[in-house]
Design a protein. Structure first.
Length: 155
């Protein structure tokens, strides 16, 4: 299943040619080897690149208010769809719970952590940003802690 493309994209001033992305080919066509036309990177693209460059970030997803996936840096469409569906549902429940506790307060960010992954969810009025991060291997961390404790007891 292909990830739907954005319906609308935030734009900014055109950037130099070194900061340009090729336009996608028409459906069914193979991409040209040297693209003749390029589209400028938007503010959203630059922000996604910056976030994706953070250590342990596996990918990020932008979902509109209707649940349509606008952008994703995950390479597996099934992972993107699965994360978007479940994490947006979780954010919706959290937002509702926060409003019930205090109707003057809005959910700003939700951070969910398991043994191996962490999701940072930022719900906005028109979209939701989901960032998936891998955590360090818990087994390795435990061994490192044990080793440091052993070294301390030796001294």
């Amino acid at each position: 299943m292909a990830v739907p493309e954005a319906k609308a994209v935030l734009t900014s001033e055109p950037l130099p040619a070194t900061d340009q992305l090729p336009l996608p080919p028409p459906d069914g066509a193979s991409p040209p080897k040297t693209p003749a036309v390029t589209a400028p990177l938007t503010e959203v693209d630059r922000a996604m690149q910056r976030i994706s460059g953070i250590k342990n970030v596996q990918g990020l997803i932008i979902v509109d208010k209707d649940g349509t996936i606008l952008r994703s840096t995950f390479t597996d469409d099934n992972v993107t769809t699965n994360y978007a569906t479940h994490v947006v549902g979780l954010a919706t429940m959290a937002r509702s719970s926060i409003r019930e506790l205090d109707n003057q307060t809005e959910l700003q960010m939700l951070r969910v952590r398991s043994e191996t992954h962490e999701f940072v969810i930022v719900p906005e009025a028109q979209f939701t940003l989901i960032v998936g991060q891998a955590l360090k291997d818990p087994v390795i961390e435990e061994k490192d802690e044990e080793a440091s404790l052993d070294n301390e007891s030796i001294e």
